[in-house]
Design a protein. Sequence first.
Length: 421
Amino acid sequence: MKNTIKAPRGTKDIWGDELKYFEMIKENAFGVAENYGYKRIVTPTFESSDLFKRGVGETTDVVNKEMFYFEDRKGRELALRPEGTAGTIRAAIEEGLIEESLPLKLCYFENCFRNERPQAGRFKEFFQFGAELIGSKSYLADVEIITLAHSIFKRLKVDNLKLKLNSIGCNECRLKYKEELIKYYKDKEDKLCRNCKDRLYQNPLRLLDCKEKECIELKEDAPKIIDYLCHDCKENFDMVKLTLDNLLIPYEVDEYIVRGLDYYKGTVFEFVSNELGAQSAVCGGGRYDGLIELLGGKSLSSLGFAIGVERLSLILKAQNKIKLKEDRVDLFLGRIGEGALNILNEIAYKLRESGLSVYLEITDRSVKAQMKYANKINSKYSVIIGDSEIEKGSVNIKNMDKNESYEVSLDNFCEDLLNLI
Ligand code: HAM
């Protein structure tokens, strides 16, 4: 066994078809977001760990169990971002973007890090496409953000996604609801899984999305948030549903969607797929009124979502409805000997400047091996130039698809090829 070094568990190299899916998701998601008026933002991969502790919440699994921490040389505690919202909001405050005209619409495509146990669709480093809509408390903003995610999936021809919708209320209705939940679970505490025992008094809503068998059974008779919503929250949620109905965007109300991050309030949602196994959520989002204030900015209602890019790639691959771009090279420029090197370099340079993709032979191998390689890289045309072609002043261009050759003069080679392609 050779002494090779492997990528860390839970990370992966992205290349070939998977990279094509990534690029396709990125291009289409940014494209649709632009139609909705979103501007792109790039924020640092790591931030002060306080940002996530304060923003995402110290009692959440994401911060408490899954975040990658490290110290800089001065002993300041930093963390790799586990998600994109906190950093985007930090940037919007720090860069003064929230002082400009509102609503502010930002979107991003970025890697995130969570130290979770790897499994299908769950990685320690993964990518998210996210969108954040800052500065509107209207139900229309809820609808717009959900519609944006829906449109991205539609543009990518994704089938069989289910939109699950819930409202987890504002601080007031949630306070009452949390009390009721704790009351309900108190005398069942010994039947809860270990995690939920710890969460009961800190974050009782999380008991509702626990995947352990014993907790799933217990939650069936638990009080439902929908019955505890205040007048405004209920009205807002009803308007969201009504508008989605009018837009013919199908959804299912699921009172167990509570989301794993502390900043959520009001409308929350997930898009789930049965093609993903246990990690069924391909997109999650919702309102986070209060987060901007919590991070030192002014009081602004906001909301957003993020799509898991690896999970969406898995779905696109399984559904196989989108044709991936074929890898093609316009011209393979081969050679015999050293005599034609200057001419070949000139041709390659000129054609590449004109926008063609050109592979220039830069190893010393036989003509047969060169042609084999030209086939492998799926070149549209190929040509082999040596001393005799230079003497003759003409070369044979081969159309690799048709297996036909045309003789052209060396002087006009570039022009002729550009006309052919
Ligand atoms: P989240 O639900 O934690 O929300 O993550 C969003 C999506 O990222 C998930 O639905 C999933 O597809 C993907 N994802 C999460 N963890 C992993 C993992 N370990 N491996 C692979 N994919 C993963 C958020 O992150 C929020 N910031 C979304 C948001 C934006 N809410 C408002 N604005």
